[in-house]
Structures are given as C-alpha cells and as structure tokens.
Design a protein around this ligand. Structure first.
Ligand SMILES: Cc1cc2nc3c(=O)[nH]c(=O)nc-3n(C[C@H](O)[C@H](O)[C@H](O)COP(=O)(O)O)c2cc1C
Length: 162
C-alpha cells in the first residue's frame, strides 16, 4: 500500500500540476471571438484578445480594394501591424492561436504576435484555429509551419460551425 501511494505521488510530481491553457486570438468582426470564447470555456483556458494598436475599419477590411489596409498588409509578407498590449505567455503549456482566414492564411497581426513571443513559445504546444467564409485552415497551417519551423505546431481547427 505504502509503495502504491509513493508511486502515485511520484507520478503526480512528474506531471505538470499547473498545466495551463491560453486561447489567444485576433478577430476583426467578432466571429473568431465567439469561437475563441467557446474554446476557452471547453478547455478551462484563459482568453486573450490580440488587439491591433489601430483597429481595422470596414474600409480597411475591403478585400475587393487592392489599396485597402488589409490588402496592402497581405500583399507584403514582411508587414507586421503593431499590437496594442503584449501577452505574458510564460504560465501556459498549450496555446490555441486563433484568427480569421485572410487570403487563405492568417492575418499579418498573427505574425506580429508570433514574432514578439517566438523565444517564449519554443516547446509549447501550439494549436491554430480559424474561422472563414469558406476556406479551410490547411493553407494557414502549412504557412505557419514553414514560417515558424522551430515551433511545436499541432493540427489546426476550423471553427466555422461552433
Ligand atoms: C481581408 C479579408 C480577407 C478574407 N479572406 C478570406 C479567404 O481567403 N477565405 C475565406 O474563406 N474567407 C476570407 N475572409 C472572410 C473571413 O475569414 C471570415 O469572415 C471570418 O470568419 C471573419 O472573422 P472575424 O469576424 O473574427 O474577423 C476574408 C475576410 C477579410 C476581411
């Protein structure tokens, strides 16, 4: 009996007792926010909105206009929109990273967030999730893995029917 208790205590000590989950997301018009809120509830996770310093207006989001802010940003792979507040990701082992699909992939503000946090993100479990008009998440997953090859990406979730 003593041995069994000892084994259980040891097993418990090896497990991350305070494994924590973060749901970090960007949402321009609220759809991804709804999905993120649901995901956070499901996983008992902390919810964090990645907010741009300058909010996107309806004009900014006009993908039919090649000169709109979103079109200009998505046309330039190096574009990194400024984020309003930085995130303390240190306490989290698993991080869901959510965004709307823009032009098949993630908006550049997700790159800003990943670039800002890249050293601290090493070794953590990263799960992308997205909402879209109709596109899948696969292209975004491929892009993220290619752009951040040292990060521990897991299978993504498309949350259009949340
Ligand atoms: C600039 C821009 C580009 C978009 N590109 C795509 C796309 O390539 N494929 C797609 O299915 N939906 C696309 N959408 C639609 C959004 O992904 C979809 O409406 C999403 O759910 C919006 O999420 P949000 O409300 O959290 O911003 C695009 C929307 C915008 C504003």
């Amino acid at each position: 009996m003593k041995r069994m208790i000892l084994a259980l205590v040891c097993a418990a000590m090896m497990m991350p007792m305070n494994a924590k989950t973060l749901v970090a997301y960007f949402s321009a018009t609220g759809t991804t926010k709804t999905a993120a809120t649901k995901l956070a509830k499901q996983h008992d996770a902390v919810l964090w909105e990645i907010e741009p310093a300058d909010k996107y207006t309806a004009e900014d989001l006009d993908w039919r206009n090649p000169e709109s802010r979103s079109s200009v940003e998505m046309n330039d792979p190096e574009e990194r929109p400024t984020i309003k507040r930085c995130t303390n990701i240190t306490p989290y082992d698993t991080i869901y990273v959510g965004f709307p699909i823009w032009w098949g992939i993630c908006p550049r503000i997700i790159n800003s967030w990943l670039d800002n946090n890249e050293p601290q993100l090493q070794g953590k479990v990263l799960i992308p999730f997205a909402t879209s008009g109709s596109s899948g998440i696969e292209e975004a997953e491929t892009y993220l893995k290619k752009t951040y090859p040292t990060l521990n990406w897991h299978k993504g979730l498309l949350m259009n029917k949340h």
